[in-house]
Design a protein around this ligand. Structure first.
Ligand code: THU
Length: 120
């Protein structure tokens, strides 16, 4: 979670001011971090989780153990629907750690957060 927090410092969030960081641990033990990167065309914004995932996949990694998601927020920072589907493409049973302000976090299985994942 400390790596996810550190990654949130690079968030580019001029519109929401809501900085998020993620740290994605691959099955081989390597870790890829990411932050959210917003855009004036708001729909082009990419979340921290997908940033970390595209970095890992573009580096040849396709199997993940867990992801830590950090935001200094009043609610647990759980991944949005698009990120759940994006991660489930590779590792539907991975663990998802979600933080909130104060440093506490909760843990879910991705399959709990997104049951009946779309695939074909
Ligand atoms: N966001 C993330 O990066 N990850 C999440 O889990 C929730 C939402 C971003 C998207 C947008 O830049 C900002 O947080 C507010 O929605």
């Amino acid at each position: 979670m400390s790596m996810a927090r550190e990654a949130s410092f690079n968030a580019y969030v001029p519109y929401s001011r809501f900085a998020v960081g993620a740290a994605l641990e691959c099955s081989d033990g390597s870790v890829y971090t990411g932050c959210n990167i917003e855009n004036a065309a708001l729909g082009s914004t990419i979340c921290a989780e997908r940033t970390a995932c595209v970095k890992a996949v573009s580096d040849g990694k396709r199997s993940f153990r867990r992801i830590a998601v950090f935001a200094d927020s009043s609610n647990w920072c759980t991944p949005c629907g698009a990120c759940r589907q994006f991660l489930a493409e590779f590792s539907p049973e991975m663990e998802v750690l979600c933080a909130k302000a104060g440093g506490r976090y909760v843990s879910y299985k991705l399959s709990e957060l997104l049951p009946h994942t779309f695939n074909y």
